[in-house]
Write a protein that binds this ligand. Structure first.
Ligand code: FES
Length: 63
């Protein structure tokens, strides 16, 4: 995973920021939104963020 790749362009939220938020205890899209502001502007990234969060949680749980 490229940590500096952008997942939410409106708020410049990167994959790494989302991973860190999940590791800090965020479990849902809503929690990620409240923690780091991802998906809180145009909302176009929300479906993708939900997919990304699920995928990252699976990866983190495997380790
Ligand atoms: S791209 Fe994420 S809120 Fe617009």
């Amino acid at each position: 995973m490229k940590r500096d790749k952008e997942a939410c362009h409106c708020n410049n939220v990167t994959y790494g920021m989302i991973e860190d938020a999940i590791r800090a205890g965020a479990n849902t899209l809503e929690e990620i939104q409240n923690m780091i502001g991802a998906g809180k502007c145009c909302g176009k990234c929300k479906d993708f963020l939900a997919f990304l969060i699920r995928d990252m949680k699976e990866e983190i749980d495997k380790r």
